[in-house]
Design a protein around this ligand. Structure first.
Ligand code: NAD
Ligand code: DAU
Length: 353
């Protein structure tokens, strides 16, 4: 996409974790774009994530469910978005195990509703148009002790979440093949950083340490994830959106593998210092609990394609990113209190009791 051309960009899921960082980056960096943040504000969506950009003249918010076919169609007819950056999704693996259908509704049906609305809006005249789909490395399934996911790794999803994301990726490709719709897909590894909902490993454990609650490590803790700072992911999306080749997939990752148990121990060490607690006291909260069903052993991304072809690579060192993240949660207690009140309590009880 040409940065100089004024365009209307629809960003879905912008009041969630990664989406809010993408919206902020685009609103501030591209004052010539009109940014429309579409989100139906599920438990994971929170407009407090974007208070610093809400009064900018190029920012607009639309509260709508992406699977609402009639309203989405009307919206595209009204605004005629030039491009879509699609992040809205049900995103938590544990929730997908308990309620797969809501993942199909949002991640599969919602994506197809958006693809259809985009296609019908531009009727095969797709000059300077782009559907950018944000996906996950979990579509590739699990790795053993060796190897990395590349863009050529066959899809092999293991959880209802990853199956729904894999399905949405396939639909995006199919619209490209069948209707010549210009698309780019990126598949990213585990993100961490400010504004992540405290159901995911890092913010959940920060919150539990603050509240002196057990740290529920699944299985033996020897599961590996490749961690990327959320602002680096937002930059990668910006780069691939503007410089990526139509019809291509880009893997995005941190070149930063951690076994869960090692990561949790590092987090405990940092939290002891931040909270001025006796060395080793947070670690005492570690509790090994029943494993997640179908738990993928290891994810690790080979991000050399986006590095070599588009010049993106991670910029934030993990220990520094983690430090910034912990500080943010310690400074934003009101945000944490708001998101952990109400329904969070019943989710937590159901998941961990
Ligand atoms: P999140 O759960 O924090 O946010 C998702 C957002 O989507 C929320 O604001 C929610 O309100 C909104 N949403 C959900 N259902 C909707 C619907 N039906 N209609 C409109 N809006 C809806 O998720 P996240 O972690 O920020 O992930 C964003 C995207 O990035 C997802 O597509 C996810 O699959 C992908 N991804 C996430 C990670 C990660 O580590 N978190 C890594 C790779 C890819
Ligand atoms: O890889 C990208 C994916 O990363 C994204 O597509 C998903 O949206 C995102 O949720 C994330 O999925 P994971 O399942 O890897 O993330 P989560 O934070 O839930 O778990 C990370 C690891 O920590 C995983 O091995 C499970 C483990 N875990 C998690 C929780 C919540 C625990 O041991 N205990 C826990 O309480």
């Amino acid at each position: 996409m040409n940065k100089k051309i004024k365009q209307k960009v629809l960003i879905t899921g912008g009041a969630g974790f990664i989406g809010s960082h993408v919206v902020r980056l685009f609103v501030n960096k591209y004052p010539n774009y009109d940014i429309y943040n579409l989100d139906n504000l599920t438990y994971a969506g929170n407009l407090e994530n974007l208070t610093d950009v809400e009064s900018k003249p190029n920012y607009n918010f639309i509260k709508l469910d992406i699977s609402d076919e009639k309203e989405i169609k009307k919206l595209f007819e009204r605004y005629r978005f030039d491009s879509v950056i699609h992040l809205a999704a049900e995103s938590h693996v544990d929730r997908s195990i308990n309620d797969p259908l809501s993942f199909v509704k949002t991640n599969v049906i919602g994506t197809v509703v958006l693809l259809n609305a985009f296609k019908n809006c531009w009727k095969h005249n797709f000059d300077n148009k782009l559907f950018y789909h944000v996906s996950t490395d979990e579509v590739y399934g699990t790795l053993g002790e060796e190897g990395l996911f590349t863009e050529l790794t066959p899809y092999d999803p293991n959880s209802p979440y990853s199956a729904s994301k894999a399905s949405s990726d396939h639909f995006v490709r199919a619209y490209g093949e069948t209707y010549n719709m210009p698309y780019i897909i990126s598949n990213c590894s585990n993100n961490y950083g400010q504004n992540q909902f405290p159901e995911k490993l890092i913010p959940l454990f920060i919150n539990n340490i603050i509240n002196n609650k057990p740290l529920p490590v699944y299985g033996d803790g020897n599961f590996t994830r490749d961690w990327l700072y959320v602002k680096d992911h937002a930059i990668a999306i910006d780069v691939a959106f503007h410089k990526g080749k139509i019809g291509e997939t880009y893997n995005i990752g941190g070149f930063n593998e951690w076994k869960n148990i090692d990561l949790v121990k590092l987090l405990c060490e940092l939290m002891d210092v931040k909270l001025d607690k006796e060395k080793g006291s947070s670690e005492k909260l570690i509790t090994f609990v029943k494993d997640r069903p179908g738990h993928d052993l290891r994810y690790a991304i080979d991000a050399s394609k986006i590095k070599n072809e588009l010049g993106w690579q991670p910029s934030v060192i993990f220990e520094e990113g983690l430090d910034i993240t912990i500080d943010w949660y310690l400074e934003n207690t009101e945000w944490l209190e708001h998101v952990t009140s109400g329904l969070y309590q019943s989710y937590y009880k159901n998941q961990y009791s």
